[in-house]
Each structure stands twice: as structure tokens, then as C-alpha cells.
Write a protein that binds this ligand. Structure first.
Ligand SMILES: CC(C)(COP(=O)(O)OP(=O)(O)OC[C@H]1O[C@@H](n2cnc3c(N)ncnc32)[C@H](O)[C@@H]1OP(=O)(O)O)[C@@H](O)C(=O)NCCC(=O)NCCS
Length: 182
């Protein structure tokens, strides 16, 4: 992804998804950087680095959401991108700490990104996932994402990607998460 040196600070928000899962999602802050990198470093492929996060945390066209874990660690994060003139938002990254999987955190973070995108008048969400990432695929399909395209050699190691989309207009697609002011 090209990095833009122009930086616009965004106001932190809280998205309270407590009503659908027992996990509270909040916007990431600059002081979450170390915990974000620590979380990201637990994954071997397609990791976001310090420079990526610094850029994303300060851009008006990106939002980073987190779920807090124990002892100042993060249990998961999700990054959503908005491009001017593009009707759909893009889920850029979604990770949950290995010890915190299958607790509903991924689904809650995903719902938070959809709520945020919906609030920005985006019509839906688009994302790419490795074809062999069956866990993530199961999650996305379970909450209404549909495969629209297979992209050969999409990843650095030559793995194919699948593009999935979800329209917020479909009844099933309405995010349930409820944004609240902090
Ligand atoms: C994929 C990932 C984000 C899922 O997060 P999670 O918090 O474990 O997901 P949830 O607990 O919210 O799962 C919700 C549902 O998705 C499906 N699901 C999630 N992980 C699954 C897996 N490994 N295998 C099969 N189904 C899975 C299930 O239907 C699950 O519901 P259930 O637990 O009641 O059966 C997490 O495993 C992860 O971070 N993986 C590594 C990074 C990654 O692949 N990110 C996605 C890149 S596009």
C-alpha cells in the first residue's frame, strides 16, 4: 500500500459492541502502537509494521479498532480503509491473538468495522483473504460475505486470494454493533 506523508489526526471514538458479544471494541490510540506490533508479530505472513500502523493511526481515511486483552495486551485488532469516491470500505486487516480465538472477538471486530463503514455512508465492505485461510473464510461467510473473485498469485508467497464482499443493503448485512460517544 502506498504511504502518504500527509497526516490528518482523527478523533478517537468508541464502538461499544457489548450488546452483541462480551467484547468491547475501541478505536486504537497512538499509545497502543507497541501492543499492536506485539499482536501482529505473532503472525508469520502479511504483517503490518510500525510504519504501517503509524500511518494508519493518523489517517482520516483509515480506522483501527482493538479489543483489549489481559495485562495491557491486545486480544485483537481490525483495520478498515475508506477511499474517496469508492462506495465500499475495505477491511485491510483483522487479527485475533492465538490464545483468544473462537471467543467471538473476530466477529465483534468485524461488526465494528461494518458499523463504522456504514456510519460513513459506505455501501458495503470488500476484503481479500488467502484461499487457504479456511478459518477466516468460515468467519466471513458466516456473517454474510460472498466470494466474488479468485485472484491467483495475490500474496507474496504465490498463494491465491479470494475477494469477498458484503453489501449493507441486504437485510442480513445490517451491522448490529451500536456506536456510542465516549
Ligand atoms: C480468522 C480470525 C480473525 C478469527 O477470529 P476469532 O476471534 O477466532 O473468530 P470468532 O471467534 O469471532 O469466530 C466466529 C465464527 O467464525 C468461524 N470461525 C472462526 N475461526 C474459525 C476456524 N479456525 N475454523 C472454522 N471456523 C472458524 C466460526 O463459525 C466461528 O463461530 P464459532 O466459534 O461459534 O464456531 C483469527 O483466527 C485470526 O486472527 N487468524 C489469523 C489472522 C487471519 O487469518 N486474519 C484474517 C485475514 S483476512
Amino acid at each position: 500500500m502506498p504511504l502518504d506523508p500527509n497526516q490528518t489526526t482523527i478523533e478517537p471514538q468508541t464502538i461499544d459492541t457489548h450488546t452483541i458479544e462480551q467484547h468491547r471494541v475501541r478505536s486504537a490510540r497512538r499509545d497502543d502502537l507497541s501492543a499492536l506490533l506485539r499482536l501482529e508479530n505473532q503472525f508469520s505472513t502479511d504483517r503490518l509494521n510500525r510504519r504501517n500502523f503509524l500511518y494508519l493511526l493518523q489517517r482520516a481515511h483509515a480506522e483501527v479498532f482493538v479489543v483489549d486483552g489481559p495485562q495491557g495486551l491486545l486480544a485483537g485488532d481490525a483495520v478498515v480503509l475508506y477511499r474517496q469516491g469508492v462506495s465500499a470500505a475495505r477491511l485491510y486487516s483483522l487479527v485475533v491473538a492465538p490464545e483468544s480465538t473462537r471467543l467471538g472477538i473476530g466477529r465483534t471486530l468485524l461488526a465494528a468495522t461494518e458499523t463504522a463503514a456504514h456510519a460513513r455512508n459506505k455501501s458495503g465492505m470488500v476484503l481479500e483473504v488467502r484461499e487457504d485461510n479456511l478459518g477466516a473464510l468460515a468467519l466471513y461467510q458466516r456473517v454474510g460475505y460472498r466470494i466474488v473473485r479468485r485472484i491467483p498469485n495475490y500474496y507474496q508467497d504465490g498463494a491465491a486470494g479470494l475477494r469477498l464482499t458484503k453489501s449493507f443493503d441486504a437485510p442480513v448485512a445490517r451491522p448490529v454493533a451500536r456506536p456510542v460517544a465516549r
